[in-house]
Design a protein around this ligand. Structure first.
Ligand SMILES: CC(C)(COP(=O)(O)OP(=O)(O)OC[C@H]1O[C@@H](n2cnc3c(N)ncnc32)[C@H](O)[C@@H]1OP(=O)(O)O)[C@@H](O)C(=O)NCCC(=O)NCCS
Length: 225
C-alpha cells in the first residue's frame, strides 16, 4: 500500500496543467470556490490524485472518471484500487491500496481548546486519557486522537452521521489503534493504523482493513503533474 505526501502550493503553470486534466464537473466545482487559494488547492489536489491514479492504472490522468458515494466519497467503479485523500492547508496525503478499505487524515496543528472540543466529540475513555496527559503534551495527543477518529470514519466511508463518541482510539504516539466500538467487539481487529510522518507541525495517519501491510511512502508536487 502506498501513501503520498504532497504540497498543494504550485506555480500558475502547474495549476493550469492540473486544471487541464479535470472533468467539467470538477472545473465547475473549482470555479465555485470563493477564495483563490481554496480553488488552487482543489485543482492541484485533484490534479495530483488523477496523476497518481493514472500511473497505477496505466491511463492518462484526464481519462479517469470518478463516482461518488452518497456521503461524497470519490471512488473508481470496476477497479480493485481503493484510495482516500486528506488535506490541511497546503498539505495533502493520498493513500492507495488494493482489495481493502482505506481512510487517511492529516491535520496541521493549530492552537485549540483541546478539552472543550474533546467534551463534544470524543468518547468518555478518550476524554479521560486526554485529561491525564500533561498540558504541554495535550495538544499533540488531541490531534492524534482527532486524526485517528477521522481516518477511521473515512475508511468506513460513512461521514459524520456515526456518533463520534461511540468508538475509542488510542492517544499514544507510538501505538495508533482502534480500541473499541460500541456494540461491535470484533471491529478493532479488522483495522490497521499507521502513523505518517508529516513534520513537527502536523499529524497524519492512514487506516486500512484486513491484514497488516507495509506502507511505502513517497512525495509529489503540483509541478510533477
Ligand atoms: C468529509 C469528511 C469525510 C472529511 O472531512 P475533512 O476532515 O474536512 O477533510 P479531509 O481533507 O480529511 O478529506 C476530504 C476528502 O475526503 C474525501 N471524502 C469526501 N467524503 C468522504 C467520505 N464520506 N468518506 C471518506 N472520504 C471522503 C474526498 O476525497 C475529500 O477531498 P475532496 O473534497 O478534495 O474531494 C467528514 O468526515 C467531515 O466532514 N469531517 C469534519 C471534521 C470533524 O468533525 N471531525 C471529527 C473528528 S473527531
Amino acid at each position: 500500500m502506498y501513501v503520498w505526501k504532497a504540497s498543494l502550493a504550485a506555480s500558475e503553470q502547474a495549476v493550469a496543467a492540473c486544471r487541464e486534466n479535470l472533468s467539467p464537473e470538477e472545473r465547475q466545482r473549482a470555479d465555485r470556490y470563493v477564495f483563490p487559494e481554496h480553488r488552487r488547492r482543489f485543482i492541484v489536489g485533484r490534479g495530483i490524485l488523477r496523476t497518481l491514479l493514472g500511473r497505477y492504472l496505466g491511463v492518462p490522468p484526464g481519462g479517469i472518471s470518478f463516482d461518488y458515494t452518497k456521503f461524497g466519497r470519490p471512488f473508481l467503479a470496476n477497479e480493485d484500487i481503493q484510495f482516500n485523500v486528506s488535506h490541511s492547508g497546503d498539505m495533502a496525503l493520498y493513500g492507495f491500496v488494493r482489495n481493502a478499505n482505506i481512510g487517511i487524515d492529516v491535520e496541521c496543528i493549530r492552537p485549540i481548546s483541546a478539552m472543550e472540543i474533546a467534551a463534544r466529540f470524543f468518547s468518555p475513555k478518550e476524554r479521560e486519557s486526554l485529561e491525564l496527559i500533561p498540558e504541554r503534551l495535550r495538544e499533540a495527543a488531541f490531534y492524534r486522537c482527532w486524526t485517528r477518529k477521522e481516518a477511521y470514519l473515512k475508511a468506513r466511508g460513512l461521514g459524520l452521521q456515526t456518533p463520534l463518541g461511540s468508538f475509542t482510539v488510542s492517544l499514544e504516539a507510538e501505538s495508533p489503534a482502534l480500541l473499541s466500538v460500541e456494540g461491535v467487539p470484533d471491529e478493532p481487529r479488522r483495522w490497521n493504523f499507521v502513523n505518517i510522518d508529516v513534520g513537527a507541525n502536523a499529524t497524519g495517519v492512514v487506516v486500512f482493513s484486513g491484514a497488516a501491510r507495509e506502507v511505502l511512502k513517497h512525495t509529489i508536487s503540483g509541478g510533477d503533474v
